[in-house]
Design a protein around this ligand. Sequence first.
Ligand SMILES: *Cc1c(COP(=O)(O)O)cnc(C)c1O
Length: 432
Amino acid sequence: MTDETTRYPRSQAAFAKAKGAIPGGVNSPVRAFRAVGGEPLFFAHGEGAYVWDIDGHRYVDYMLSWGPLIAGHAHPEVVQAVQEQAAKGTSFGAPTQIETELAETIKAIFPSMDLVRMVNSGTEATMSALRLARAYTERTKIVKFAGCYHGHADSLLIRAGSGVATLGLPDSPGVPGDVAAQTLTVPYNDIAALRTVFTSYGDDIAGVIVEPVAGNMGMVLPEEGFLHTLRELTREYGALLIFDEVMTGFRVALGGAQEHFGITPDLTTLGKVIGGGLPVGAYGGRRDIMAMVAPLGPVYQAGTLSGNPLAMAAGLATLRLIRAPGVYERFHELGKALTGGLAALAKRMNVPLQTAQLGSMFGVFFAEQPVRDYESAQKANNERYRRYFHAMLEAGVYLAPSQLESGFLATAHGHEEIEKTLEAAERAFRML
Ligand SMILES: *Cc1c(COP(=O)(O)O)cnc(C)c1O
């Protein structure tokens, strides 16, 4: 990467310095560029659909902080909401009305969530939902799908997709074997395997957790019947269905995948977009299940900064922006223009490419065959993605630094950015 040393001197120096104080120089592993090679860029600021690195280069940003920034960077209304709240106090550890306001907004958008508990990250949300499912059903086993990521709680760090996969760690050391043994893993989109697991362990299964559109092994859509079968089987066996919509919520549709596919899960986990760029997660669902959460019920779960007013303010301002008429029609149109454009270029230039898109979420795989699960996602050509990623970076387009991730649109993206991206992709494909 000799180019990089000359092109990004400040980022390079900043990374060297960071490595002296932070493990691997980053506070979340995928940021380290291990999957694409080279060294991470340090960002200075963002505005709308664009970010600037500390060497002064500007990028169209499709990573958007891994999804939260659906209104783009530093949207004036989000900034104002945070500033006004900060001036009144940043945290109280006592109830504030803005928490109810955000919970009510979420309930209005996700009718399956009768009660909503705020936490500080997606990881906390899924971890808490599992505890609740186990308490409610008085069972221990959890079913998850290979390649789905649900945060880094012990029970869920099993065949967990992107971050873990690109580091080549099948599971993480430090997760006790007897904890891991309670998690059963099934290939995504594999209805037959799912039935087998229920036939063998049905009475011990507390819940099934799923990314209803997978986004952490690259973007993989659920095939016809997959989610419906999941709903039927969990109902039949008395297990809870947990939709992890930390990524898909407010992204594939305003009301997430459950709205798009018309399926009502028992519990839902949210994160990313609901914090508008500040740290927030939430879980919620059926009233009789949520009634078990303390202090209403015996299942303990707490947080010093949960429902933090700054985060609530950023989340509320963000949800207000995306509830405006026409937002999702526009996401759909831009998403189609982007993935349709990439697919057409690839076809014309004989580059094997698979694309997926729903709402403001999209993905590409450099693969010959359609990708339907983790196994096929892992067969995609990494070397091609690595070259594509760096070519796009040099052309001023920031993508996720791994093929096993999804891309995102913000309300700030427009046709101008899509055109610029397609021009860059044409040059990048030529270099493959
Ligand atoms: C990002 C993500 C999580 C974890 O959220 P964090 O806020 O990073 O802890 C969980 N589930 C899904 C589907 C995610 O995309």
